[in-house]
Design a protein around this ligand. Structure first.
Ligand code: MG
Length: 175
């Protein structure tokens, strides 16, 4: 049996909707990007950060990663995984680590600045990440916190590359 292609627009729309369904607006992610990048880019605006987050979300790799991670959070919340994976994700077990590894596929796209930014923001639990890490809500956001941090870090890295290209008046190769 042949399966038809899933249209790209459907995947993009589903990824953004999945974020919103889990209580994340693009502005929440852009705020983290602003926090990370404003010390390095004079006059950086929230609007530019939102634009950068949108560009990251247009990448198919990012959309696929989001859909995969968020689905696992939702299934865990419903108690639908097999043991012991159900317990590992539900407890956000510190040795599990697949949530972080999945998020790396987002960072890969924009180079090494993304990795350091991601590690930094993951430790600080800045902005919306604090809410996502609140274990008292009954919500499972084991994957979502890393995905949001990685998108913000990637958007921040993208801005850094663009800013340098602008200063040197050269084309930005990463956009
Ligand atoms: Mg996590």
């Amino acid at each position: 049996m042949e399966y038809p292609f899933v249209p790209s627009e459907d995947v993009e729309q589903a990824a953004v909707q999945a974020l919103q369904m889990r209580g994340i607006q693009l502005e929440d992610i852009a705020q983290l990007t602003y926090f990370l990048q404003s010390p390095y880019i004079p006059d950086l605006t929230m609007e530019e950060c939102v634009g950068s987050v949108k560009s990251v979300l247009r990448k198919r790799e990012v959309q696929n990663t989001l859909l995969t991670g968020i689905e696992l959070d939702i299934l865990t919340e419903k108690g639908q995984l097999s043991a012991p994976l159900q317990q590992l994700i539900q407890k956000d077990e510190s040795l599990y680590g697949v949530d972080e590894v999945l998020a790396l596929s987002i960072l890969n796209i924009y180079g090494s600045i993304g990795f350091t930014n991601y590690g930094y923001i993951d430790k600080l639990k800045q902005g919306v990440l604090e809410r996502l890490n609140d274990k008292t809500t009954g919500k499972v956001n084991a994957f979502l916190d890393d995905l949001v941090g990685a998108i913000a870090a990637a958007a921040s890295s993208r801005l850094a590359h663009r800013y340098r290209a602008e200063l040197e008046q050269k084309p930005d190769t990463l956009s």
